[in-house]
Write a protein that binds this ligand. Sequence first.
Ligand code: NAP
Ligand code: HSE
Length: 428
Amino acid sequence: MNKVRIAILGLGNVGRGVWKILNTNKEEILKRSGYDIEVAKILVRDASKDRGIQVPEGVVTTNPDEIFNDNTIKIVVELMGGINPAQEYILKAIRGKKHVVTANKALISTNGEALTAEAREHGVALYYEASVAGGIPIIHGINESLTANKIEKIVGIINGTTNYILTKMTYEGVGFDEALKEAQAKGFAEADPTSDIEAYDAMYKLGILASLSFGTQVDVNNIYREGISNISKTDIQYAKELGYAIKLLAVGKDENNKLELRVHPALIPSSHPLSNVNDVYNAIFIKGNAVGDLMLYGKGAGELPTGSAVVSDIISVLRNASDYAETANYSGGYWDKKVMDMKDTFTRYYIRISVKDIPGVLGRITTIFGENEVSLSSVIQKEKKEGLVQIVLLTHDTHEGNINNAIEKIEELNSVEKIENIIRVEEF
Ligand code: NAP
Ligand code: HSE
């Protein structure tokens, strides 16, 4: 029987999941890969921490040299997160001719192309299925199963933590902070949950998906990003009354080699399947010019779903033993495509404004929208709250530049207290 020794960097949520799967599904993995996998070393910061699992004496270490100086270790699985030392360790592994599997979207989205080049040069694999959408096999799908297509569009819910929070706020009336604490306790959130809440995590994931789908190297700094910290129960309630759910959405479109890339909260019609993707579940729609519409759905975070993607990558490494140059493919750089300016994007908007209860204020607001070529599909005056009237507007499709111009003028009105929220509405 073939034996292979591997090392895992990190024994947190995902590391623990990988450990459990390697032990629970040992026989299946042996049959499918042809290898008996031995976890030789696991690198952590604090070796004395209780992790709720039994790891044999001598496996857990705080010394990375025990891994990188050991030529019998053939695969390094990076599950620490962050840029450094994760990148430093991955480079050490690649240069030492060790294959690498990682779940690190922050690193792959920013340095994936260079790391892939390094892996190719050294004839080893660099796989990162778990970096996007947890257990959903989306990277493999794009890199292997959809290569016959010109991919035109990807729209998805690709952050489990924010989806969990928004679901709890929508259906159980749970507050933001409490819902976040629950998501952290369940192992969904990043070490610093700001990455989830402010949509950096979804931005990194969209960067990877867009680079692979559109065949270009996307600079994540060119992706428009807006998180969910400004979403209140009031907006969720009003959206519900209007027939929508609020989700953190990632949108990537390729229109004649011009890319539209944005991550932000959006109102989604309740009749659309994405509006029913709840809790930690993720879903990704892809439109290919040959395959048409596809949707992948599954758990987007958590130890076992993410561990599933990581262990599958380990098995792919073992199965593909001959040709890593082809499969270690961060396929940026085939085409040079520009990213569209956000002011040129064309969508509908939900706008909530607090105004003083003065005759004529609604008329003045709608006039300003008209003067800026923003056509309104619905205007609702809600009940008074703390002496202020809430006005909720839905626009037809409009350029973001026109919305910005109108909002600037509306903010100048004496009768307007505050623009409470502006949320894009995604129609499909
Ligand atoms: P985590 O629970 O914070 O675990 C990180 C682990 O890495 C800990 O065991 C920590 O050691 C170790 N570590 C961190 N820095 C280290 C260093 N400098 N030297 C040695 N060990 C170090 O994180 P996680 O949730 O498992 O996430 C890991 C990676 O997977 C991240 O890239 C994340 O974005 C990605 N990911 C996570 C999920 C998810 O559902 N959580 C899903 C998909 C992808 P100590 O325990 O000793 O502190
Ligand atoms: N923090 C991430 C999420 C983990 O909640 O989606 C999965 O990548």
